[in-house]
Design a protein around this ligand. Structure first.
Ligand SMILES: Nc1nc2c(ncn2[C@@H]2O[C@H](COP(=O)(O)OP(=O)(O)OP(=O)(O)O)[C@@H](O)[C@H]2O)c(=O)[nH]1
Ligand SMILES: [Mg+2]
Length: 339
């Protein structure tokens, strides 16, 4: 990463990192290219920016490379977070997806390779996580559009077939392939206190590399022994948080929702209008570290602009306590916004 980047460039890059929509990303990339200091030290970065601009312009125009690249990055995010299922062929991704979401994702007693991303919802208490079933990654092939989908995700469920003799090789191959596309599967989850969100790796400085919190699902434990999961991780040299599952028998599946809830640092906030009862039907799913102003922003940008104070039931010192915009929200808080 070139050292002498200007504050102006860094500002543009930060805007790109925060952009979620392809069109917005494209604007940010153009701005990055406009303001980047043009010298030898930034040539690689300039080339990366240009190629990302090319990819995104082709996709938004709906033609060229993207048209026959397979699925584009369009899996509309829903629910508290979007998690992608990836793994080698036949590991059990679709069977898991079907069991967890009732999606009807192509799964059956015979191998039935998934070709297109399939979204589905995993319910947990009064919220849902979106799980996206994806085509497999193998030595022979990885769908080019896959990385676009992963870039937009909040995390990954990495599914392996524990009973496959070559499961370690298959797994390290996937990590390598994704790494080439600057997608780094990470063992750090934002909600786990001992795992700092800001990655310490050098790639962190690269605006095109993403770090995705990853949960390893060591599947087909009915055919293997759960201890194989530990062996697997030792061989890999990576210590992802892991759960032993059997998609066909259903074991281990009930632990996935609770894991995601805590590992993503989800905080549910219920809102109420002044003088009205609490809306218990649908909480706003915030993240640990979010404040009252973030809630206002989520409810409506106008509300955030005209915000005066809030009353809070739950994490406040007493029920209905008046708090300011900077008050940290906690799980199950009830917030009444005044503007
Ligand atoms: N015994 C056993 N079989 C499983 C388990 N999970 C999946 N299978 C079987 O493994 C085969 C492949 O399962 P899929 O769910 O299609 O695997 P996939 O990862 O989606 O495969 P691709 O889409 O080709 O990548 C099917 O025959 C499933 O019935 C499991 O936990 N135990
Ligand atoms: Mg499948």
């Amino acid at each position: 990463m070139p050292a002498n980047l200007t504050p102006e460039y860094k500002h543009a890059e930060q805007a790109y990192r925060l952009a979620r929509q392809p069109r917005e990303q494209l604007e940010c990339l153009k701005e990055m290219l406009r303001v980047i200091p043009k010298h030898k030290g930034t040539e690689r970065l300039q080339a990366d920016i240009k190629s990302r601009i090319r990819e995104l312009s082709h996709e938004s125009a709906g033609h060229g490379k993207a048209a026959h690249r397979g699925p584009s990055h369009a899996v509309h995010p829903e629910g508290a977070a979007q998690l992608c299922l990836i793994g080698p062929p036949g590991a059990g991704k679709s069977t898991l997806h079907e069991r967890l979401t009732g999606s009807g994702s192509e799964a059956g007693p015979y191998p039935h390779p998934t070709r297109l991303p399939v979204p589905g919802m995993l319910p947990f208490e009064d919220i849902n996580f979106q799980l996206v079933d994806l085509p497999s990654v193998s030595a022979e092939f990885m769908q080019p559009g896959l990385t676009d989908i992963l870039r937009m995700a909040d995390g990954v469920l990495l599914v392996v077939d524990l009973s496959a003799p070559d499961c370690t090789e298959r797994l390290s191959l996937i990590l390598q392939r994704l790494g080439e596309a600057k997608i780094h599967l990470s063992e750090r989850w934002p909600g786990h206190a001992d795992s700092p969100v800001a990655p310490a790796e050098p790639e962190a400085a690269d605006p095109f590399s993403v770090h995705l919190p990853t949960l390893l699902l060591a599947n087909k434990t009915d055919l293997a022994s759960p201890e194989d999961a530990a062996v697997l991780e030792d061989l890999l040299g990576v210590r992802f948080p892991a759960l032993a599952t059997s998609a066909t028998r259903g074991s281990g599946l009930a632990e996935i929702g609770p894991f995601l809830f805590s590992a993503l640092g989800i905080v549910r906030v219920y809102t109420k209008a002044p003088g009205k009862p609490v809306d218990q039907s649908r909480p706003f799913t915030m993240r640990r570290g979010d404040i009252v102003m973030d809630v206002a922003q989520r409810v409506h940008p106008d509300l955030a602009r005209t915000f005066k104070f809030a009353r809070i039931w739950g994490s406040g010192k007493f029920s209905g306590q008046q708090v300011g915009a900077g008050h940290l929200v906690d799980d199950r808080d009830v917030v009444e916004l005044h503007s």
